[in-house]
Structures are given as structure tokens and as C-alpha cells.
Design a protein. Structure first.
Ligand code: FES
Length: 182
């Protein structure tokens, strides 16, 4: 039983480590670029400030698309792989924009053993959006998350913070319809 618990947890954590570069076209503005360049100029020559620059960049763009990672790497004089490595290691960094409605599915152990992967698959199929991505129209994004502290309601997902608990894959279309028709 204990072995199964750790196997499930390891699989969940491996899945959560996978962050994908967004396929949504980059739409940064000249103003955003100017703000990022100003932050980089302040920190240039001090690689210990890479995290700070990345945090500021996420504040400016809302996420860290490939193009922004390249600007940071070139500006800070560090390999692009290093910027990507930091962006994927820390949960605070997002590689994909958030949609108007952000669907967050818990893949923590309690939810996972109660079928949250099926719920996630149904959500992705219903919205035509992969986990970790945002729809082309910007309406929906889907992400995987760790335990949100509502294990008694497992499996759980949230939409813009509203909690849906004890859900099955069959419940998903009806819940999504409320937002698709909003
Ligand atoms: S594991 Fe999903 S809420 Fe705790």
C-alpha cells in the first residue's frame, strides 16, 4: 500500500514538473519590451539577480514565453537553458498565459487516486486545450496543480478559484457549459 502511495506521488510530481512552452503566438508590446529592458539594464553584470529579472518579466507579461526567455538570457549573459531551467523548476513561473477562465485540476495523491486524471482528460477534450496551455481565443487555460487542501472533496478542480469537488468525468461538460455560455 505504502509502495503504491509513493509510486503515485512520484508519477504526479514528475507530471507536474513538465512545463511546456506555449504554442500561443507571442503578443508582447514595445512598452512591455522597454520595461523589461530597463529591469535587465539595472541587473546586468550580476547573474545572482536572474530570479529577480524573471519575476519582474513575469509581472510585465503575465508569463514567460520563449521570446521573453531569450531576451533575458541575452540581456543577462546567461545560457537560454539556464533561464528555461529556472522557469521550469520553480512553480511560481508560468510558461503559458492564463485564460479568462483558468481551470486548475488537482493531481495531488488523494485526488489522483480518485480519478482526477480522467477529469483532467475530459476537461482538456471538452475545451480543446492541453494541460499547461491556453486556448487560442484566450478564454480558457488548463493547468495541473498539487494538493489545494480540499482532499475531503477529492477529486477537485477549480475555475478562477471556484471549487468543484467530488466530481466525475461525466460532470465536466455541465460545469464547463456554465463558463462557455457565460
Ligand atoms: S490532493 Fe487534491 S485537494 Fe488534496
Amino acid at each position: 500500500m505504502l509502495r503504491r502511495f509513493f509510486a503515485v506521488r512520484q508519477r504526479t510530481e514528475e507530471m507536474l514538473m513538465q512545463k511546456k512552452i506555449s504554442k500561443i503566438p507571442f503578443k508582447g508590446t514595445p512598452e512591455q519590451e522597454a520595461r523589461l529592458k530597463a529591469v535587465i539594464a539595472e541587473c546586468q553584470g550580476d547573474q545572482s539577480r536572474l530570479m529577480h529579472v524573471m519575476q519582474q518579466a513575469q509581472g510585465i507579461y503575465g508569463y514567460l514565453p520563449y521570446e521573453v526567455q531569450v531576451m533575458i538570457a541575452e540581456g543577462m549573459g546567461v545560457p537560454l537553458e539556464k533561464v528555461y531551467g529556472v522557469a521550469t523548476f520553480y512553480a511560481q513561473f508560468a510558461l503559458s498565459p492564463k485564460g479568462k477562465y483558468n481551470v486548475s485540476v488537482c493531481l495531488g495523491t488523494a485526488c489522483y487516486v480518485k480519478g482526477s486524471q480522467d477529469v483532467l482528460d475530459k476537461i482538456c477534450a471538452g475545451l480543446g486545450v492541453e494541460a499547461g496551455e491556453c486556448s487560442a481565443d484566450g478564454n480558457f487555460s488548463v493547468e495541473e496543480c498539487r494538493c489545494i487542501g480540499a482532499c475531503g472533496l477529492a477529486p477537485v478542480f477549480t475555475i478562477n478559484g471556484e471549487v468543484y469537488g467530488k466530481v466525475t468525468a461525466d460532470d465536466v461538460p455541465g460545469i464547463l457549459a456554465k463558463y462557455q455560455n457565460a
